[in-house]
Write a protein that binds this ligand. Structure first.
Ligand code: NAD
Length: 503
């Protein structure tokens, strides 16, 4: 069976009609072979505006449904995802080229966030705060915010939607989703799965609670500029964030920006090198280097450099690359030709700066339009371009260090600030790394790689990563509006700060 045929069968099982897959000019290709699997119709600006209007109308009703009842819809969504995990996971592998365990893992992450959000639906609470005025009570309440715009990247085509949507729904919001133009099919599948949950939920779920906008940046801009969208959660490159951030600021909308990473690890003299090796290999080569949290820079202490780097090189030389749908390869394809060319350009630049490259060439898959690369390990004499920028491909730059403070300084000396790791059994180094003058990233790990975050923690990064937080902890607060309420139950009207104003 061709991949195109398998794709349409999977989509049909998930509830997406075959009519939606053809007749348009948005050509969808699988990176696995490069072949076309669909040609979708893109939405016009007017259609996008209409969809946003419908979501706003749904929000006005949804906000009045009690939080725990809203949680029930997300519980049903989690059940539907459990029931369709195999099909959706396979579709992720087809559309993005992820190996099967990562395709399924992405769906598991969706299930996990649904579970988290169901619990949260009974915990959307504010504080009661001491007031200086007698006979008064002060408290804060959290209310639904409005339509939440979600813009997502190709590399986590469905998990990012679910992180935002599960929280937004329990918070009483409607969602308008602009998936990556490279991965619209998994978005259609999610919309169909969501529709089943709504059907089971019953009539107090208003129509139009989830809208999907098919298209590229132009459709995304309609969402970004729309006055009825008080929050846009945008995941993608820092370049996209630079375009979207100011537009949102211009109309005082909230932004959750989840942008590029240039994540680093430090391997210290006391590190468990076996453990570090495995964590580094997964962090740097997993998902073919196409995670925002991929390990891209490694600082290795000179005393262990010759013990770990040769072993790493061996792992790079022997890692299996290949078709994720037909083999047990650990590294699948890059998303497209541009990604492969970007990788080759960075490797050339690194060589010109004195880097010694292991791997990095094209893996011949037998499909001229598919772009597989052998992961590259590059020993660099120092941290100069291209090390300082994110190249969205499996390149790990390795640098030797002798002094911990210098390593920490270099670790923080790049624009991005998403994820970071230290491998050490020295308590002082570990605590320094996690402390106020340590890693400047939103995620800082000890003896764990940079990628593979759990949904319970807040996810996001600092600096050019955009500053947004999604998923667990108190990330839900971005999806609600907070009101401070002061109630006077006395017969007097005392003013705060002792001000008198007698008329
Ligand atoms: P991209 O920036 O090319 O596209 C991301 C999304 O933004 C797409 O849906 C695209 O259509 C949309 N977009 C682009 N320009 C826009 C504009 N001007 N207005 C509105 N929408 C616009 O990113 P990509 O290639 O799909 O994904 C890879 C990048 O995403 C990497 O940099 C990676 O680090 C980053 N990423 C970050 C996170 C995170 O949580 N921090 C997660 C996944 C991916």
């Amino acid at each position: 069976m061709t991949i195109a045929k398998e794709t349409s069968e999977l989509l049909s099982k998930l509830g997406v009609s075959g009519d939606a897959l053809g007749g348009g000019d948005l050509i969808v290709r699988t990176p696995v072979t490069g072949e076309q699997i669909a040609a979708l119709k893109q939405m016009s600006g007017a259609q996008a505006g209409k969809a946003i209007g419908a979501a706003h109308a749904a929000f006005q009703k949804w906000r009045l449904v009690p939080g725990p009842r809203r949680g029930e819809l997300v519980r049903l969504l989690g059940e539907e995802l459990r029931a369709h995990k195999a099909e959706l996971g396979r579709l992720v592998s087809i559309e993005v080229g992820k190996i099967p365990s990562e395709g399924l893992g992405e769906v598991q992450e969706m299930i996990d966030i649904c579970d988290f959000a169901v619990g949260l639906s009974r915990q959307l609470y504010g504080l009661t705060i001491a007031t200086e005025r007698p006979g008064h009570r002060m408290m804060e309440t959290w209310h639904p915010l409005g339509v939440v715009g979600v813009i997502s990247a190709f590399n986590f085509p469905v998990a990012v939607w679910s992180w935002n949507t599960a929280l937004a729904l329990v918070c009483g919001d409607a969602v308008v989703w602009k998936p990556s133009e490279k991965t619209p099919l998994t978005a259609l599948a999610c919309a169909a799965i969501f529709a089943r949950a709504v059907e089971r939920f019953g009539s107090d779920a208003p129509e139009g609670l989830l809208q999907v906008l098919i298209g590229g940046p132009a459709v995304g801009e309609v969402l970004v500029d729309h006055p009825k969208v008080p929050l846009v959660s945008a995941t993608g490159s820092t370049r996209m964030g630079r375009a979207v951030g100011p537009r949102l600021a211009k109309r005082f909308a909230r932004a959750v920006l989840e942008l590029g990473g240039n994540n680093a690890g430090i391997v210290c003299p006391t590190a468990d090198l076996d453990m570090a090796l495995r964590a580094i290999a997964f962090g740097a080569m997993g998902t073919a280097g196409q995670r925002c949290t991929t390990l891209r820079r490694l600082f290795v202490h000179e005393s262990v450099y010759d013990q770990i780097v040769p072993r790493l090189k061996k792992a790079y030389e022997s890692v299996s690359v290949g078709n994720p749908l037909e083999s047990s390869a650990l590294v699948g394809p890059l998303v497209d030709k541009a990604a492969f060319e970007g990788m080759q350009k960075a490797l050339k630049e690194a060589e010109a700066a004195g880097g010694k490259v292991t791997g990095g060439g094209r893996f011949e898959s037998g499909h001229a339009e598919a772009y597989y690369a052998h992961p590259a390990l590059v020993e660099m004499p120092k941290q100069v371009a291209p090390v300082t920028e994110e190249t969205f491909a499996p390149i790990l730059y390795v640098m030797k260090y002798s002094d911990f403070d210098t390593a920490l300084e270099l670790h923080n000396a790049v624009g991005a600030g998403l994820s970071s790791s230290i491998f050490t059994r020295d308590l002082q180094e570990s605590e320094r790394f996690l402390g106020a003058d340590g890693s400047d990233c939103g995620i800082a790990n000890v003896n764990i790689g940079t990628s593979g975050a759990e949904i319970g923690g807040a996810f996001g990064g600092e600096k050019e990563t955009g500053g947004g937080r999604e998923s667990g902890s108190d990330a839900w607060k971005a999806y609600m509006r907070r009101a401070t309420n002061t109630i006077n139950y006395s017969a007097a009207l005392p003013l705060a700060q002792g001000v008198s104003f007698d008329i």
